[in-house]
Ligand binder design. Structure first.
Ligand code: DWN
Ligand code: ZN
Length: 410
């Protein structure tokens, strides 16, 4: 683990720390039952703002190998909502970019091939890049050519030397996960064909602040983007932030930034940049009270669950998500309060949650055991999961939604 003293985008050394989340385990480092829990690693987690380029970022860095190779069980295909979102993205690009058999679509952090498979079905050549062994193997198995590597300028140079240029580069939920942010963007710039398009998707820091989504802050996410920060990062590498799309229902609020070699900036981008300046997202003031709000949500949530337990109610949780591990740890929700977590990813079932050690079990258990309450750790898929669990609710089950403030539904 290394301390971060300079902005990972602009190099500015005036980083202003505004949040300290203590020491926490790695959010995807689910524990094998029987493992020696005293060996479980925990790392400090602090957040700072860069006044030079407005990038919000962690103040400590854990190695990407440790997080995305040794301890990564995340598979994108376990959310119908995400699969629908990705398919719509692919079909839109097929239409708007006139892609065909002579094109090349590259996806960085292609996971289990959940998105590129749409291009494969359309006969468009693709290349996935993902360092995580499990998801990368699943992608190859699904017929999506995948390089099991980290993406950066070196890999981009190698691909160009091999005669490859990407007509589209897709980078969803990865630009926040790379330690060498400038090398990553330089690599996309180098690999992109002259009239090509880069689309980058990440959760929007404005919604993280507005909805107190502190549990999305963890060691895998080195930084948290505004349009202002992405604009500065793109310009530094000769790319233009030309358009932006907003998806309020994805991962708590996601932006899709469109980058290219040429200035084709839309009024939408200008409006976002103006609004961020007016909102104060380009100054530390927008983050000044965030730590207090986090403390309040954690306290209120723990109190609510203690009261319900004291009244004799049983409490489980849904979603062995990275954000779920963060929430359980920051709010101090051990097995005395939350007994187990259900998740439909079989790679997570049978393991224990990082730090708090709840067993991860299949969602079918909710109907078998009918706990009184279920803490919705995967709140970003609220509609999908509540609909899926209609029978549990019909039998009297209740969900506790933790952010933006604890709420019992229905
Ligand atoms: O950047 C990242 C964000 C965007 O997504 C990555 N760090 C990985 C991931 O973070 P996460 O682990 O917080 O992601 P999810 O996708 O919110 O996790 C949802 C969990 O819930 C997964 O383990 C799958 C599970 N799930 C389920 O069991 N039943 C999800 C759905 C929709 C379901 O119906
Ligand atoms: Zn900076």
């Amino acid at each position: 683990m290394t301390a971060v003293t300079a902005c990972r985008s602009c190099g500015g050394t005036d980083l202003q720390r505004f949040l300290d989340l203590g020491t926490t385990p790695l959010p995807d480092a689910l524990v094998d039952p029987g493992a020696d829990l005293s060996q479980e690693e925990r790392f400090p987690l602090g957040v700072a703002f860069c006044p030079s380029c407005s990038l919000v970022q962690l103040t400590e860095e854990v190695s990407a190998e440790k997080m995305f190779v040794d301890n990564y069980h995340y598979y994108s295909s376990f959310s119908d909502h995400l699969l629908k979102h990705s398919r719509e993205h692919a079909l839109g690009l097929l239409r708007s970019r006139g892609l065909g058999p002579d094109s090349l679509v590259v996806e960085v952090a292609s996971n289990d091939g959940y998105l590129l498979r749409n291009f494969v079905e359309a006969g468009v050549p693709v290349l996935g890049v993902d360092p995580s062994p499990g998801p990368a193997a699943a992608a190859v198995e699904a017929g999506v050519p995948t390089l099991r590597e980290f993406f950066g300028i070196d890999l981009a140079r190698r691909l160009v030397t091999e005669g490859k240029r990407a007509d589209v580069i897709i980078a969803n939920n990865v630009m926040a996960h790379v330690p060498d942010l400038n090398g990553f963007v330089a690599g996309m710039k180098h690999l992109l064909a002259d009239d090509g398009l880069i689309t980058v998707e990440n959760p929007y820091v404005r919604d993280l602040v507005d909805h107190c989504e502190f549990d999305t802050i963890y060691h895998e996410h080195f930084c948290y983007f505004s349009c202002t920060a992405v604009d500065a990062l793109a310009r530094r590498h000769g790319l233009w932030l030309n358009d932006v799309e907003y998806f309020p229902d994805l991962h708590g609020g996601t932006l899709r930034w469109h980058l290219g070699h040429h200035d084709r900036r839309t009024d939408t981008v200008r409006a976002y940049l103006r609004e961020e300046a007016e909102r104060g997202l380009t100054e530390l003031s927008a983050y000044a009270d965030f730590a207090d709000r986090v403390r309040r949500v954690c306290t209120d949530l723990a109190t609510l669950i203690r009261e319900r337990r004291a009244a004799g109610r049983t409490v489980a949780a849904y979603g062995a998500a990275a954000k779920g591990a963060m929430l359980l740890n920051h709010a101090g929700l051990g097995t005395d309060l939350v007994e187990y977590v259900v998740d439909r990813n079989p790679h997570k079932q049978g393991k224990l949650m990082p730090g708090t050690h709840q067993p991860v079990r299949p969602p079918e258990v909710l109907l078998e055991e009918q706990p009184d309450d279920v803490l919705l750790l995967a709140w970003n898929f609220r509609d999908e999961i509540l609909a899926q669990q209609a029978e549990y609710i019909a039998r009297g089950g209740r969900f506790i939604v933790p952010v933006p403030s604890p709420e019992v539904v229905p």
